[in-house]
Design a protein around this ligand. Structure first.
Ligand code: CO
Length: 197
């Protein structure tokens, strides 16, 4: 397998609508395997063909590990999807804000509102029809990757222009928030009167 070069902004291919996949041949299978390897090497949860310079309606997605009751990752619980010629056929009215990054916009993250749940129709790597129901983070990743196939990037959809940070800014902000939460908890504990009636 070959690791592919991930293109970054301002690459023009990232802004074009990708062409449908019509041939499910050996070349496509090799491309898909290489995209999976490239996504994993880059520690990504998704990679769309325009991100490796191919104008094709194709993306690979690997979900985050599921967690047990103690918040520990369950081994081998990541789920791999290959979607070809996908379209979102339904999205929930319920929306949710979340923080996204993109392998084609390295070093930044931003807040984006997405549908909480979506239904997707696509083809698998051999061309067989797929119907998927997705929710939560997995639904978010699908929406992000399918946007790539339309030339749309998450920075087009920020909830607020201010809600866009460098990785470092975001990390520091989160640290401060966590510290503030800790401080608040401590205050609350000491603020409880000893005799309440
Ligand atoms: Co992306």
């Amino acid at each position: 397998m070959t690791e592919l070069q991930i293109v970054t902004l301002p690459d023009e291919g990232l802004r074009k609508k990708a062409r449908p996949v019509t041939k499910f041949d050996d070349d496509l299978q090799t491309l898909i395997d290489n995209m999976i390897e490239t996504m994993r090497t880059a520690n990504g949860v998704g990679l769309a063909a325009p991100q490796i310079g191919q104008s094709l309606q194709l993306a690979v997605i690997e979900t985050l590990p599921k967690e047990d009751e103690n918040g520990e990752d369950i081994p081998n619980s990541r789920e791999l999807f290959v979607i070809v010629n996908p379209r979102i056929v339904w999205e929930s009215r319920e929306v949710i804000d979340g923080i996204e990054g993109c392998l084609s916009i390295p070093g930044y993250v931003g807040e984006v509102e997405r549908a909480y749940a979506v239904r997707v129709r696509a083809q698998d790597r051999r061309g067989k029809p797929l119907k998927l129901r997705l929710k939560g983070w997995t639904a978010r990743i699908f929406q992000h990757e399918i946007d790539h196939l339309d030339g749309v990037l998450y920075i087009d959809k920020l909830t607020d222009r201010e809600k866009f940070w460098t990785d470092e800014e975001y990390y520091n902000m989160r640290q401060e928030e966590l510290e503030a939460e800790d401080a608040e908890e401590n205050v609350d504990e000491t603020a409880v009167p000893e005799n309440r009636d």
